[in-house]
Design a protein around this ligand. Structure first.
Ligand SMILES: [Zn+2]
Length: 111
């Protein structure tokens, strides 16, 4: 996995010294987005468009594509709607096609 700068990579992999090495930034490879972790347990996070350290503009996220591709190629069984914009996989990540458990699916499709 490569990030825009070593500072961001370090924060994501090792957490921040400011927060006692608690990880407050994350990278979601499945959906290709960077975010500030707001609530680990509830899986709430705030998506970032730019790197807070070097100002790099991240590529657009693939949240919509994730659902669209899954739906069109594998049917509705893998998706459950919770409200308007948040989708979770169901019943667990294990049931997702292998390629959708990592960044393989979007790399394969050239997204
Ligand atoms: Zn950066």
């Amino acid at each position: 996995m490569t990030h825009c700068c070593s500072r961001l990579a370090d924060e994501i992999e090792n957490g921040s010294t400011l927060t006692g090495n608690k990880k407050f930034l994350k990278y979601d490879a499945q959906r290709r987005y960077y975010a500030v972790v707001c609530d680990q347990e509830k899986k709430l996070d705030l998506q970032m468009n730019y790197c807070p350290f070097c100002g790099f503009k991240f590529p657009h996220d693939l949240c919509d594509e994730f659902e669209r591709v899954l739906l069109s190629e594998f049917g509705p069984d893998y998706l459950t709607s919770f409200g308007d914009t948040i989708f979770e996989t169901t019943p667990s990540k294990k049931s997702l096609p292998q390629e959708f458990q990592t960044d393989e699916w979007w790399k394969k499709r050239g997204l």
